[in-house]
Design a protein around this ligand. Structure first.
Ligand SMILES: *Cc1c(COP(=O)(O)O)cnc(C)c1O
Length: 377
């Protein structure tokens, strides 16, 4: 089945006897056992639930994995993922990660004895130079947030081959519609399903997907134990969101291309970060490993005042955190997603008071351009 069809049909409910076209919300905490020592496959909803299992089946198929686990948020997924590791284990992570991921690593995982090294994972030598005998994983976000730097997943996977090191990829920005990291050599894919997979800015969700049965087994054990599972209702909303993933990704990307191009011509805009611009340093590697560039754009304006004014003037593009929904959102990374990163570290990475990020939605491009025009006037 092609990916657009998996979006629509991938969650089809194997447990449903009524013929319902839409997967029902199995709002049940527990399930009747048919007899002594017998199970329908469902015992208790922390462990398995038919609505969630249908969603997990769809996400596993989209990412070309053998198992997908649906969590109550992206952060819940990463927190559970960290339970794969033991004190003393060393993890190399991209140095331009989602702020919440850095907060988790530095404040919680580190306290639990894990050791982190941040590197530009787009630079194989930088990763290789940090490998130690205790290195157990490389955690990559690509494209990164907010500067949209790209890691060559196949090349990194080849670099790590033959060692007992997990390659983990946060695929939130491109989604399986544009890129499938497991097929490129990753061991685990992570998603904030809150973003494009859900797609409507109405539900939090997270996913871990793998095609390795040994990892799936460990993750299932962690999952049923820590209990950060996605509810039946939120699973239903995710299934509904996924049905239009292909259409939304195409439309948002088309809008993002137009908007990024336009921004490069504006006198108050100094730098535009969008991997779909041939001038972006990672344009070529993106074309090699993905079928699209996504719809996230970051840009630097000529001063903090311009940034502040723009945020207060946009009307259609909403000043709000998050991304990946049908509504276009604009954020100010310094005060929002990246507020917890020490200022000197942030500045050195180019996340300054002049940087803005837009998650381009599916509105008419004319309205989006008009909105930015008046806000930047
Ligand atoms: C939002 C986000 C997360 C965290 O997900 P939540 O669903 O907000 O918990 C992780 N990684 C990336 C790239 C994100 O954008």
């Amino acid at each position: 089945m092609e990916i657009e069809s998996i979006c629509v049909h991938g969650a089809r409910d194997a447990y449903n006897l009524s013929g319902a076209v839409s997967v029902p919300i199995y709002q049940s905490a527990t399930f009747v056992h048919p007899g002594m020592g017998q199970s329908t496959g469902f015992d208790y909803s922390r462990v398995q639930n038919p609505t969630r299992a249908s969603l997990e089946q769809a996400v596993a198929r989209l990412e070309e994995g053998s198992d997908a686990l649906a969590f109550s948020s992206g952060m819940a997924a990463i927190a559970a993922l960290m339970e794969l590791f033991a004190p003393g284990d060393h993890i190399i992570a991209s140095d331009d990660l989602y702020g919440g991921t850095i907060r988790l690593f530095d404040n919680i995982s580190r306290k639990n004895g894990l050791v982190f090294d941040y590197a530009n994972t787009g630079d194989l030598h930088a990763v290789a130079a940090r490998l130690t005998p205790r290195t157990k994983a490389v955690f990559v976000e690509t494209p990164t947030n907010p500067l949209l730097r790209v890691t060559d997943i196949a090349a990194l996977s080849a670099e790590l081959a033959g060692r007992d090191i997990l390659l983990i990829v946060d695929n939130t920005f491109l989604t399986p519609y544009f890129m499938r990291p497991l097929a490129l050599g990753a061991d685990i894919v992570m998603h904030s399903g809150t973003k494009y997979l859900g797609g409507h800015n109405d539900t939090l969700a997270g996913f871990l997907i793998t095609s390795r049965s040994d990892i799936a087994e460990k993750l299932r054990m962690i999952y049923k134990t820590v209990g950060s599972c996605l509810s039946p209702f939120d699973s239903f909303l995710l299934i509904r969101g996924l049905k239009t993933l292909a259409l939304r990704m195409e439309k948002s990307q088309e809008n993002a291309m137009r908007l990024a191009g336009w921004l490069t011509t504006h006198p108050k805009v100094k730098i535009v970060y969008y991997p779909g611009l041939p001038s972006h340093p990672d344009y070529a590697v993106t074309r090699k490993q993905a079928s699209g560039f996504g719809a996230m754009i970051s840009f630097e304006v000529d001063g903090e005042d311009t940034a502040r004014e723009l945020l207060s003037k946009t009307k259609i593009i909403l000043y709000a955190e998050s991304l990946g929904g049908v509504e276009s959102l604009i954020t100010y990374p310094v005060l929002q997603t990246h507020a917890d990163i020490p200022a000197p570290v942030r500045e050195a990475r180019g996340i300054n008071q002049r940087l803005l990020r837009i998650s381009v939605g599916i509105e008419n491009i004319k309205d989006l351009l008009d909105d930015l025009k008046q806000a930047l006037a």
